[in-house]
Ligand binder design. Structure first.
Ligand SMILES: [Zn+2]
Length: 81
């Protein structure tokens, strides 16, 4: 009868997975203009600003993004959280 020793946690490099997960969020992949980063960050955090409003603003500023992508990113249901 053999006594199974506790296995060491395998040291596996998971960075590939993390990179792929990050690549799955269209918002994270957007090439945001530097002057828009702070504005968007503030808008995302403002409870009185709707995701539809952010979507309209982004469209007006030349970004190609789906509303659902914004909602997911804003609520932490996207791949980059
Ligand atoms: Zn995201």
């Amino acid at each position: 009868m053999s006594v199974k020793t506790k296995d060491e946690p395998p040291k596996i490099d998971l960075s590939e997975f993390r990179r792929i997960r990050k690549a799955g969020c269209n918002f994270a992949n957007l090439d945001l203009k530097p002057e828009h980063v702070e504005t968007l960050k503030a808008a995302f955090q403002a409870p009185d600003i709707s995701s539809a409003g952010i979507h309209d603003w982004m469209k007006d500023h030349g970004y190609q993004i789906g509303k659902e992508t914004i909602v997911k990113h804003r609520t932490g249901r996207c791949a980059c959280q």
